[in-house]
Ligand binder design. Structure first.
Ligand code: NOJ
Length: 540
């Protein structure tokens, strides 16, 4: 068992933020309107200025792009749209030269239907690759073999009938993403080889896509009253489902861990999209599975101080010092924070408060590209919609420079961007924010610098404190240092009542409100502004 006290030396993946790059929308190096590897390499200094410890790259492997790269036709090749393997090697070298790590997306549950493995598998019932995917006869009524539903509502059943061999194949996402059969040891071995291919190219870790899905009921029984498929916006724990998170998961995670442990200092973070903390924690249990699991209970919370506090306390209580938190509130699959929490026009203010929360909590913050700019979701006209599951708005390209100077592509591209940019690129672009000390980008840079300079924020302990109904407040302690962070979830000013947590003489180290000066204050007399998040340090 690994336990973290308040004196340990943090691993790279514990020190600071991991910055998620969605390659299609980050930076376009060749003017075709789609981001690419060279575009990322050209902007690495931006990542360094953000103080990120690592970049996590969403898939850039060869793909027909039915799910924008999550449908992979060759797990060991870079898609020509994104560049070449040489471009990739250069990206890794340049990233490492800046002291930043590279984390790749590993998509173990499915391939593209155009992957040679699937093409062989579907060619005949006798093909040696037949059992690499999940094929079954239909039900007696002529329908699909069971009641499992695909994760995308628009897809419907998780099965497609294939005329050629007269059987159905399983796909937890679109029909272009057939599920690999992890009950077949040859599949597990082949996917381990994929990991080694990238580890040999000096990749530092992997984000494991849809990882609960690699373990399913081998009997493929009906889900029955354990529903499958997409559920309500706020998901609640349901009985364990038969189409994922089966008991075989633990050994499969151990197998993946053994592969990466043959290399030095590598890391695994899982997209463990379960809504039960105990099950999430089981993916990081024992020190022989994953290092981190994205906390989807936290990620879907409504804007409510008590709910956030409970999620943080629940994690600490259940983890009991043996699991390291991985906090995120946005990625390429969820509406952006500034839009999601936009009731009463508070979106951009709350996005700033969220940044304070993510960097100040004990654990690793995951920052999705554009969150550091406070981007909202983009408006996508009906004729520009490309995603099957409504996720285009959060995938709008990064505006690098004012369109008035750089043209309509805002220096994301010199061509026609594959998705429209956010409406307010004139104000929200990187160049304008970088020179504005009041901007969200400047705030995030200060947060990263504060965390880097403050051991208590990297490794220190944490305890939430009572500070009134609408305030989330917590103390970080370690290395002889103490800081207090507080977030006002309400639209009204609130007197900060933190008892003796920081003593009465304190200094505001940082605030999400650009009008709050860094200054000495009397903690007991401090009034939090609406939606403000701030950090206090006791003055001795
Ligand atoms: C989760 C990814 O984040 C999402 O974008 C993708 O569509 C599915 N997994 C399928 O790979």
């Amino acid at each position: 068992m690994i336990e973290w006290d308040d004196t340990f030396e943090p691993a790279w993946w514990q020190r600071g933020a991991i910055y998620q790059i969605y390659p299609r929308s980050f930076a376009d190096g060749d003017g075709d309107g789609v981001g690419d590897v060279r575009g990322i390499t050209a902007h690495l200094d931006y990542v360094v200025e953000l103080g990120a410890e690592a970049i996590w790259l969403s898939p850039l492997f060869r793909s027909p792009m039915a799910d924008f790269g999550y449908d992979i036709a060759d797990f060991c090749a870079v898609d020509p749209l994104f560049g070449t393997l040489d471009d990739f090697d250069r990206l890794v070298a340049e990233t490492h030269a800046r002291g930043v790590r590279v984390v790749l997306d590993f998509v173990p549950n499915h391939s593209s239907d155009r992957h040679p493995w699937f093409e062989a598998s579907r060619s005949s019932r006798e093909d040696p690759k037949r059992n690499w995917y999940v094929w079954r006869d239909g039900a007696a009524d002529g329908g699909p073999p069971n009641d499992w539903r695909a994760r995308f509502a628009a897809v419907g059943p998780a099965w497609t009938f294939d005329e050629r061999t007269g059987q159905w194949y399983l796909h937890s996402f679109t029909p272009h993403q057939p599920d690999l059969n992890w009950d077949n040891p040859a599949v597990e071995a082949a996917m381990h080889a994929v990991l080694r291919f990238w580890l040999d190219r000096r990749v530092d870790g992997f984000r494991l896509d849809a990882i609960p899905l690699i373990a399913k009921d081998p009997e493929l029984r009906d889900a029955g009253d354990a529903p499958t498929g997409p559920s309500a916006p706020e998901k609640v724990f349901r009985p364990r489902r038969r189409d994922q998170d089966w008991d075989t998961i633990a050994d499969r995670l151990r197998g993946i861990r053994r592969v990466i442990d043959a290399y030095e200092d590598r890391m695994l973070v899982g997209e463990v999209y379960l809504y039960d903390l105990k099950r999430i924690l089981s993916y990081v249990a024992g020190g022989d599975r994953l290092h981190l699991a994205h906390n989807f209970v936290f990620a879907q919370l409504p804007w409510d101080a008590a709910r956030f506090r409970a999620a943080i306390d629940d994690f600490e209580a259940a983890a009991a010092g043996r699991a390291w938190p991985a906090w995120f509130l946005a990625n390429h699959d969820t509406p952006r924070v500034a839009s999601r929490f936009d009731e009463d026009g508070q979106g951009s203010t709350r996005a700033r408060a969220v940044a304070v929360m993510l960097y100040l909590l004990r654990g690793t913050p995951f920052i999705y590209q554009g969150e550091e700019l406070g981007l909202p979701d983009a408006e996508i006209p009906p004729d520009r919609v490309v995603d099957v599951d409504g996720r285009d708005p959060e995938r709008a390209p990064i505006p690098w420079r004012p369109p008035s100077i750089a043209g309509p592509g805002a220096a994301f591209t010199t061509g026609e961007p594959w998705l429209p940019l956010v409406a307010d690129a004139a104000r929200l672009n990187v160049e304008s924010q970088a020179t504005d000390p009041r901007s969200t980008l400047s705030l995030v840079r200060r947060l990263a610098a504060l965390r880097a300079a403050t051991p208590a924020l990297q490794t220190g302990g944490q305890r939430t404190i009572d500070a009134g109904a609408d305030v989330l407040a917590w103390v970080r302690d370690g290395d002889g240092e103490r800081l207090l962070a507080a977030v006002n979830f309400s639209l009204a000013p609130i007197a900060l009542r933190v008892g003796g947590a920081v003593g009465s003489d304190a200094t505001v180290v940082l605030s999400s409100d650009p009008d709050r000066a860094e200054s000495d204050v009397e903690a007991d007399a401090l009034v939090l502004r609406p939606s403000e998040a701030l950090v206090l340090r006791p003055r001795d």
